[in-house]
Design a protein around this ligand. Structure first.
Ligand SMILES: Nc1nc2c(ncn2[C@@H]2O[C@H](COP(=O)(O)OP(=O)(O)OP(=O)(O)O)[C@@H](O)[C@H]2O)c(=O)[nH]1
Ligand SMILES: [Mg+2]
Length: 362
């Protein structure tokens, strides 16, 4: 699961990347001219995993993970098809599962703003427009090509039909984009979605907007991203990047001093995980307590497959205890005695937080 960070130059993308990943990537002037992207994997903070780990005292505790990509060096003024973004930067975002837009709200005369003034709502509009334009250029190019292919009388019937279907879906997408709506807003059938997946539309990806706040600043009211599958959060980037470098007690002291409940990066990481449309189930034991990532709506066989393909192939049954049930019972044995352990079959839809043991035979 990869989340691509993007934003206007100097909005604090790398600062927030460092806060999220406890990283040390170069920021500001020091990163000028850096072309390669920063990439890091982080654990998704989850109090349930902490509690399960306290209960089972396993040798190993494994959290769910997400990966952040910080496309450094988004050179301003390099025009691509009328956009201010560097083509290379945007094409790196194509493989991401979701996007994280950084929008600057912090005032600081020493930090240059490419548009000349600090205005978070305007910047968000600009960024969303860039996504739209990028997708629109792709749609127009493809439809032009399809038109040429469909004009050929020699095209076999079956191929003609798939192309007609593709063009009809793309036409709806084009209409939406021209009306400044995101691809996310367009209703597509599962077949169409499959057919169009390879386009990797940027405005089709879930979007988390993080407003980079200055000290003492609150989230500007009314700031909203377009379409479904979006969320807006505020984060004090510079402070959070400092907090992220601290350990244990030092971190607690710092949080108290600033009146912060929990590091903002926890909120952002969890929100990005949720936006991906995924959830966690857990496996537990003396050896390992582990969170596994599955799409919301996945069934027991798919969950087994997330652990290992053999478990899906030889699936017999899933033994399931709800997270709240296990906690209330106090131990796995007690949950068993109380009849809180259920045997579920292949089609069981796994719930967020389920504790699962797969019985299999191969
Ligand atoms: N005052 C203040 N400065 C910040 C904040 N976040 C970032 N900065 C500063 O803004 C400058 C740019 O930050 P970066 O994180 O490098 O910005 P970027 O978006 O990654 O920039 P490019 O990768 O060059 O496009 C640096 O000098 C940071 O120290 C903030 O919350 N408050
Ligand atoms: Mg940067």
């Amino acid at each position: 699961m990869q989340i691509g960070i993007f934003g206007l130059p100097s909005s604090g993308q790398t600062t927030i990347f460092n806060a999220l990943t406890r990283g040390h990537a170069l920021t500001g002037a020091a990163s000028a001219g850096q072309r390669e992207a920063n990439l890091a994997t982080v654990n998704v903070p989850d109090g349930r995993v902490d509690r399960l780990s306290a209960m089972f005292k396993p040798r190993k505790t494994v959290y769910a993970q997400v990966q952040y990509l910080d496309v450094a060096g988004s050179v301003p003024g390099v025009a691509v098809e009328g956009t201010t973004f560097n083509r290379q930067v945007f094409s790196k975002l194509a493989t991401a599962d979701a996007l994280l837009a950084i929008v600057r709200a912090f005032p600081d005369d020493d930090v240059f703003h490419p548009l000349g003034s600090v205005d978070a709502a305007r910047d968000l509009r600009v960024l969303e427009d860039e996504l739209l334009l990028w997708d629109l250029a792709m749609v127009e190019k493809r439809r032009e090509r399809l038109k040429g292919e469909l004009a050929k009388t020699s095209l076999p019937k079956i191929e003609r039909e798939t192309r007609v279907a593709e063009d009809s879906a793309l036409a709806r997408i084009q209409t939406a984009l021209e009306a400044e709506q995101m691809v996310r807003s367009v209703d597509l059938t599962p077949d169409e979605e499959k057919q169009l997946r390879s386009f990797q539309f940027l405005s089709g990806k879930p979007l988390l907007v993080v407003v980079n706040l200055g000290e003492g600043q609150d989230l500007p009211p009314g700031l909203k991203a377009r379409g479904p599958k979006t969320q807006v959060l505020g984060l004090r980037g510079a402070i959070e990047a400092e907090i992220a470098q601290l350990e244990g007690e030092d971190m607690q002291l710092f949080l108290q001093e600033y009146g912060i409940q929990e590091p903002g990066l926890n909120r952002v990481i969890r929100a990005s995980y949720d936006l991906l449309g995924v959830q966690s189930f857990f496996t537990v034991g003396e050896d390992e307590v582990r969170a596994w990532t599955i799409p919301v709506g996945a069934n027991a066989v798919e969950a087994a497959g997330a652990i290992h393909s053999d478990l899906a192939r030889g699936f017999i049954r899933a033994e399931v205890i709800g997270y709240a049930d296990l906690l209330a019972a106090g131990s796995e044995a007690a949950a068993r005695t109380k009849g809180l352990l259920r045997l579920e079959g292949k089609t069981y839809i796994v719930k967020d937080g389920d504790i699962v043991h797969i019985r299999f035979n191969i």
